[in-house]
Design a protein around this ligand. Structure first.
Ligand code: IFM
Length: 442
């Protein structure tokens, strides 16, 4: 059994959620987002589900935060919806929206929880999407204005802040693979989004620093790219996948360059003068967050660049069909510190699994999730033993929630949500986590 004392003094435990996935976007005067239109388009989302009601966290946040505190977590990672705060994307804020986040942050502080905000977790205001969204070169400036609004209202009480969750998803998954809103499959759109998302990050860091905010970071997702076989072609394809998925963002943020393996495909499509933006993109950070779930087996494909495809792998899989590969977390933590961040504090800002959880007589025996979390926490311990400065770990997610294009089918929560009644039931993994966190230090 793992305990707090297996981790260094001061090591932080938290759990994470995001606005559109839990709040209930129809309430409180929020504006339409590109996820609403994406979900309303046949074939994009399982059962065409959207975030209109979600978990109704908008009204139930107090009881939800009670569950975070009762489990013994130190911090709560949440996000602010751009469309709730600025329904037009720019201009006059929605007072109800800002009031909600004000109450939410105070409710965390009342319970002794550290508020760890992410400004953008994917619900782009539709009026900005109508102007090209992440393809538009003005988007970073508009995002900076949003950051300014948040900093003015909440900046005095936030423990940490990161501008954007998972730039790869915002850019590549949504503009090249077409699997998330706005559902584009277009290399030029993808190249622009890849660059603008980093420029928006840097612009927001500048806006928050100008208000004296501290403990600012970035949150990127990582996937171990494993060659599907031993052929040189599979190794080359996996290296391209790794460059697009993992190294592009680290390289941009910490070295002020993009990897050659990405530029070979994207250079002709990047916006004019992109090299001049690194002064903003590389704004110094106080920490880096890594979101980690799985690995992918990559082989070559007879398609245009990047000429690669995912192949099935042999390991046990989660409800998402993702292979369980805990050693990848250790590898990323060590390699990131070694190659990019040095002594900068690292946090695991998301880790967890979707499971086909069922409730029986009031309990949810999600032993597979306990096993997953245990194995990944051991991987964090291995990185710590290597001397990697890992400072904390956040479980994704507190609640079962809206899993984007997969609707409400995939359950990631430590707490089960009945999407008919909205009743919450802590799963066995929540109780396990509470026991782990309750264990006193020796
Ligand atoms: O639910 C998502 C979250 O929004 C971002 N990171 C990955 C999670 C699981 O897919």
């Amino acid at each position: 059994m793992l305990t707090r004392s297996d981790f260094p003094e001061g090591f932080l435990f938290g759990t994470a959620t995001s606005a559109y996935q839990i709040e209930g976007h129809a309430q409180g005067g929020a504006g339409p987002t590109h996820w609403d239109s994406f979900a309303a388009t046949p074939g994009n989302v399982v059962r065409a589900e959207d975030g209109a009601r979600a978990c109704d966290h908008y009204t139930r946040y107090g009881a939800d935060l009670d569950l975070v505190a009762a489990a013994g977590f130190d911090a709560y990672r949440f996000s602010t919806s751009w469309a709730r705060v600025l329904p037009e994307g720019r201009g006059t804020p929605n007072a109800e929206g800002l009031d909600f986040y004000d109450r939410l942050v105070d409710a965390m502080l009342d319970r002794g929880l550290k508020p760890a905000v992410t400004l953008y977790h994917w619900e782009l205001p539709q009026p900005l999407a109508d102007q090209g969204g992440w393809r538009n070169g003005d988007l970073p400036k508009w995002f900076g204005e949003f950051a300014d609004v948040i900093a003015r209202r909440l900046g005095d009480r936030l423990w940490s802040a990161a501008p954007i969750n998972e730039p790869w998803c915002v850019a590549w998954l949504s503009h090249f693979l077409g699997q998330h809103a706005p559902g584009l499959r277009d290399i030029r759109a993808a190249a622009r989004a890849m660059h603008h998302v980093l420029l928006a990050h840097g612009t927001a860091i500048g806006a928050m620093r100008s208000h004296g905010m501290t403990n600012l970071g970035a949150v990127c997702n990582f996937e171990a790219a494993l060659p599907a076989d031993d052929s040189p072609a599979a190794h080359a394809a996996a290296a391209r996948y790794d460059a697009i998925f993992n190294r592009f963002f680290l390289s941009g943020l910490f070295r002020g360059t993009y990897p050659d393996l990405v530029l070979e495909g994207l250079a002709p499509h990047l916006p004019h003068g992109w090299q001049d933006d690194f002064a903003t993109i590389c704004a110094p950070l106080d920490w880096l967050g890594l979101n980690y779930y799985t690995c992918k087996r990559i082989g070559p494909a007879g398609t245009p660049w990047p000429a690669l495809e995912e192949r099935p792998g042999p390991l046990p899989k989660t409800q998402m069909g993702w292979e369980i590969y805990p050693e990848g977390l250790h590898q990323f933590l060590s390699a990131t510190a070694r190659d990019f961040t040095g002594d900068l504090p690292l946090y695991v800002t998301e880790n967890g699994m979707a499971n086909d959880d069922r409730i029986t007589e009031g309990s949810v025996p999600d032993t597979a999730r306990i096993d997953y979390l245990t194995r990944h926490l051991h991987s964090v311990k291995a990185a710590l033993a290597d001397g990697v400065p890992v400072k904390g770990y956040f479980v994704w997610s507190l609640l079962d929630n809206y899993e984007w294009a997969l609707g409400y089918e995939k359950r990631f929560g430590l707490v089960y949500v009945d999407f008919e009644t909205l009743e919450r039931t802590p799963k066995a993994s929540w109780h396990w986590m509470r026991d782990l966190l309750a264990t006193p230090r020796p």
